[in-house]
Write a protein of this length. Structure first.
Length: 303
């Protein structure tokens, strides 16, 4: 089509005249006007009608590109299968002993700096793994049995009273352990990492999860917000969300909600090839080549 023909088309003022001019033999696309690889579409192809019968909602009819070859399930034999055994599988003795060491170190350091006579720290006694598990157990229970303040869990009122808290740990002991809770060695930790206070625990737990339990075929990658309104350099504020303040996490989960790996968004240090590429590549690095099906939203479409 030359310049004069284009000008004639632009001057058309009615659809009838447009159809009349454009349907003439003068405007038929010739083979020379297209690439050799292009194909001319016949009129009969344009008249094909799509009916409701051509759509299928049965996902089982979708083509399967890869076969799943992973050995899913627990990769470790348990003598018994009670909840505590599964907890010990992921929070192993090495992790628990390290936490005990760090908590006792912090408590004794604070005590050496000087405390008031009636402070709970003045009578501090070092904890052991058994007492640490009591503390963790009560903390997990508080996530299910929610009350406005910690004091209410030890309340003797008829409305709030629950005997398990007082029978497990006293309120003063629980609050003192909470104050001294620590997951790192201050003198040997690289403080340039914004997550240096939790990396020594988070890393081994994730490693245990990945080595001791292999997922099924379907995996999901999505974001979550850990609620937090305190002072934190990488705290996120998203005004469009109902929960506006928090710590943003990218999580790789199984189809039954089990978290396999996560990335806590620190604001810096993303992959040079793009944020989304770095997220997917890091979270999926242990599951490539096994035929997994990964479900993601449109945020990761550029991968």
């Amino acid at each position: 089509m030359n310049a004069n023909q284009i000008s004639d088309l632009l001057d058309l003022s009615s659809s009838d005249s447009f159809d009349e001019v454009y349907s003439s033999d003068e405007y038929v696309l010739q083979d020379s006007d297209s690439n050799n690889s292009d194909k001319i579409i016949e009129d009969s192809d344009a008249d094909v009608e799509i009916t409701d019968n051509d759509w299928n909602s049965d996902i089982n009819t979708m083509p399967k590109l890869f076969d799943f070859t992973g050995n899913s399930g627990l990769q470790y034999t348990l003598s018994t299968k009670n909840p505590l055994d599964y907890f010990n599988l992921f929070f192993d003795d090495n992790i628990m002993n390290n936490i005990v060491t760090w908590v006792n170190l912090r408590a004794n350091t604070l005590k050496s700096l000087g405390v008031r006579k009636h402070s709970n720290l003045s009578n501090w006694k070092n904890i052991d793994v058994y007492e640490l598990k009591k503390f963790i157990g009560l903390t997990l229970l508080m996530g299910i049995h929610k009350l406005p303040t910690i004091h209410l869990y030890w309340s003797k009122s008829e409305i709030d009273y629950h005997p398990i808290y007082g029978q497990t740990l006293s309120r003063n002991r629980y609050e003192t352990i909470l104050r001294c809770l620590c997951f790192y060695e201050p003198s040997t930790t690289d403080k340039s990492d914004r997550l240096h206070k939790i990396n020594n625990v988070l890393g081994p737990i994730i490693s245990n999860i990945q080595t001791k339990r292999y997922p099924k075929e379907c995996l999901s990658l999505d974001e979550s917000m850990l609620l937090w309104r305190g002072r934190l350099s990488f705290r996120q504020y998203i005004p469009s969300k109902a929960l506006k303040y928090g710590i943003k996490c990218f999580e790789l989960c199984t189809d039954d909600g089990f978290i396999l790996d996560l990335i806590i968004y620190k604001g810096t240090g993303t992959d040079s090839r793009g944020v989304t590429f770095g997220i997917v590549n890091k979270l999926m690095k242990n599951y490539f080549g096994q035929g997994h099906t990964l479900y993601m939203d449109n945020y990761y479409n550029s991968v």
